[in-house]
Design a protein around this ligand. Structure first.
Ligand code: COA
Ligand code: ZN
Length: 302
């Protein structure tokens, strides 16, 4: 049997948060349903953040209340602080993703906290989530490069991963928020992290700004990582990280992994249909790098 690799589609959150066209919760739910139809079992469905800071994520409570009751699917809520944790869990979220920062500049730009303040908020959230039986991912953002402060310190990233793994995070995600990493760096960092902590609780999040997203996923696979964030239709980009473009496309990651002999549990054809849904809704989804080939090969009607 082929080995399983998990893809967490962050399109409904990372993908939509920076779109010029703001979608209503019911439209975002439509995108999520198309992902479920394609077999995705992990979906970052929205963010409990200030609607003034990120208008595209407004109505997250309404969206979470409307999510289908699926025991086999993990719907995650992104949160920036304890208030986000409280709002998310009150809306029924059973899985949260808290963001940490490998730079001062990004912490200030994103949440107006220092790096240390965000770490402290994260630690308090992990503790509370464990008490309340809520699944928690700690994401180390700008883990390779920060748009304000430049290259990240791999030693600092390793310390943050160790701390949040020790605190009992269910998952620690290493994120290339602006898509600046290269595969050699990824293999080195993720190799060291897998040696230190095992691969079970680690995951990676890549953006495809420089067309190295799939290469970076593969470098992490070679290091032992078996869980990745990706975004349908290559939607994405952080409003507070200048120069960040879309996440690596779920379609590209799925194609590469499937062709390389891994089992993703995803229906490639239905995934292309979901990419069409993303494009229709936003008018702004570039699609995977392999879009033309995939559409022809899978005979997705125009
Ligand atoms: N969800 C919703 N509202 C929130 C919130 C949350 N998680 N955290 C704080 N707020 C509200 C406060 O209640 C306050 O509301 P008010 O103006 O009606 O009184 C307002 O936001 C400002 O709160 P304050 O604590 O002064 O925060 P701030 O203005 O420094 O903003 C954040 C900090 C974290 C709320 C804001 O920067 C944010 O939401 N950032 C998210 C960024 C993001 O999503 N980035 C992309 C994903 S990584
Ligand atoms: Zn991202």
């Amino acid at each position: 049997m082929s080995e399983r690799v998990f893809i967490n589609d962050v399109g409904p959150r990372d993908g939509l948060q920076n779109q010029p066209r703001i979608l209503q919760p019911a439209q975002r739910l439509g995108l999520i349903e198309s992902l479920l139809d394609a077999g995705l079992k992990h979906i970052e469905a929205g963010a409990f953040v200030s609607p003034k800071a990120v208008p595209a994520m407004a109505g997250a409570a309404e969206l979470f209340a409307a999510l289908p009751d699926r025991d086999d699917v993990t719907f995650t809520a992104l949160i920036p602080n304890m208030k986000g944790y409280e709002l998310a869990t009150a809306a029924g979220a059973r899985s949260v993703c808290m963001v940490l920062y490998a730079s001062e500049g990004m912490a200030q730009a994103n949440v107006r906290m220092s790096r240390a303040e965000a770490d402290a908020a994260g630690a308090a959230i992990v503790e509370r989530a464990r008490q309340e039986g809520v699944r928690v991912t700690s994401t180390v953002s700008v883990a390779f490069e920060c748009p304000f402060d430049g290259p990240a310190d791999p030693g600092l990233v390793a310390d943050m991963v160790a701390r949040f793994a020790d605190l009992g995070s269910d998952e620690v995600c290493v994120a290339d928020t602006i898509g600046a990493a290269n595969p050699v760096q990824v293999r080195r960092l993720m190799g060291a992290l897998v040696d230190a902590h095992g691969a079970e609780r680690l995951s990676c999040h890549f953006h495809d700004t420089r067309a190295m997203g799939v290469a970076n996923v593969f470098a992490a696979v070679e290091a032992g990582i078996r869980k990745f964030d990706a975004s349908i239709g290559r939607l994405g980009g952080c409003p507070f990280a200048p120069g960040a473009s879309g996440n690596v496309a779920t379609e590209d990651v799925n194609m590469m992994l499937s062709q390389a002999g891994f089992d993703t549990g995803i229906d490639a054809r239905k995934l292309q249909v979901a990419a069409r849904v993303a494009e229709e809704l936003t008018g702004n989804a570039p699609g995977g790098r392999a879009r033309a080939w995939l559409e022809r090969n899978l005979e997705v009607a125009a």
